[in-house]
Design a protein around this ligand. Structure first.
Ligand code: NAD
Length: 349
């Protein structure tokens, strides 16, 4: 019988708190051993919430009942703390982004090989329904050959006023939201792009990017655009998928949107639109009898599958879902975005 896997969380901030909740929702699979935060007031807050708080990181590492440690602290500290976790013989889960550069990632992977401890990353947005629906539509063939996909998130509050504002701590939106959207792109495409051209924005913040647009070209001529904006008071759609036979739009995380597909050839000439500057047939709408509007499919996604996988890995029943090679690819894409933006040039992979 599979043992119940015990997980401790380092960092009891926004995301550490989220982990502690999810870990308590699948009894019989995982259980929360406790937390450790460098700030005493956060440990106190944990205890007030009925969660055991370790008195030090060393005490947490010395707890022989702990199998797995989730590291939910600022990005620049993931490497050091995850390596210490692995050296203590425990599974290390790093929050995303795994770290700040390929060289650091390779040190973490080397530590996993040296210690024999599993090392993986919390790429939780693989369980977002909007992503799963976009992926399903793109792969279904119902739009015909898909030639362009846009994936974007927009907000209007700039970068949170914490460590995300500082370069040394791994701030900026490429590392924060970009890493999620790029991981989703990698899952959808299953291969490396051929090239990327990227621009970074610094609307509210000089030190780190507060948004970016990256245009990836794939070898089948598919163009995949990834965009993050934090100064957008009107959001563009979360997903826009274009095929030769139809278009799908997913407006938001709640999966509102629609699919429009061509059902027949147009028998009659388009009725032109009159604009101040002249007539246009090219931009005239399709005649209603030649298109069909369909609802978006819905997909059951359960975020707890992330920790179910971790438990299965500890019990020797499964391979880790988030692999080292996937992390290498993600880091390469993020580094290429920075390089392209800095040089104002296309970067080839
Ligand atoms: P946060 O600032 O809310 O919390 C970080 C906590 O870590 C703070 O309480 C801080 O005191 C503590 N801390 C700092 N250094 C520490 C150390 N050495 N040992 C123990 N505790 C330490 O930040 P956050 O929003 O929770 O982000 C933490 C990590 O989670 C980041 O890597 C971030 O990118 C990631 N994150 C992931 C998601 C996701 O969806 N996967 C969402 C938000 C944040």
């Amino acid at each position: 019988m599979s043992k119940v896997v015990r997980v401790a969380v380092v960092g009891y901030g926004g995301m550490g708190g989220w982990h502690t909740k999810r870990l308590q929702e699948i009894p019989g699979v995982v259980e929360l051993a406790g937390v450790y935060d460098i700030k005493p007031e956060r440990n106190k807050a944990a205890e007030e919430n009925g969660i055991h708080a370790y008195s030090s990181f060393e005490e947490l590492l010395a707890d022989k009942t702990v199998d797995v440690v989730t590291v939910a602290i600022p990005n620049d500290q993931h490497k050091k703390v995850c390596i210490q976790v692995m050296e203590a013989g425990k599974v290390a889960i790093s929050e995303k982004p795994v770290t700040l550069c390929t060289a650091d990632l390779e040190e973490m992977i080397a530590a996993s090989k040296r210690t024999g401890s599993v090392f993986t990353v919390h790429q939780n947005r693989r369980w977002d329904e909007d992503f799963r629906v976009a992926e399903k539509i793109a792969k279904s063939g119902q739009l015909g050959r898909v030639f362009a996909i846009q994936s974007r998130v927009h907000g209007s509050r700039g970068i949170p006023g914490d460590w995300r504002n500082t370069k040394a701590q791994g701030g900026g939106m490429v590392l924060d939201w970009g890493v999620h959207l790029l991981d989703q792109m990698n899952m959808m495409m299953g291969k490396m792009p051929v090239s990327v051209y990227a621009t970074l924005s610094n609307v509210t913040n000089e030190e780190v990017d507060d948004g970016f647009t990256a245009t990836f070209k794939f070898d089948n001529d598919l163009v995949f655009t990834v965009e993050v904006g934090t100064s957008n008071f009107i959001n563009l759609p979360r997903w826009y998928v274009e095929g030769l036979n139809g278009t799908a739009v997913i407006d938001d995380f709640q999966v509102n949107g629609k699919i429009v597909i061509a059902t027949a050839d147009e028998e009659h000439d388009a009725v032109p639109i009159v604009t101040a500057a002249g007539l246009t047939k090219t931009m005239a709408p399709r005649t209603p009898e030649t298109i069909s509007e369909l609802p978006l499919p819905r997909i059951d996604c359960d975020i707890h599958d992330y920790y179910r996988n971790i438990a299965a890995v500890v019990n020797g029943e499964a391979e880790q879902i988030v692999t080292h090679d996937q992390q290498r690819q993600l880091m390469k894409l993020m580094e290429a975005i920075f390089e392209s933006a800095e040089k104002n040039q296309v970067v080839y992979f």
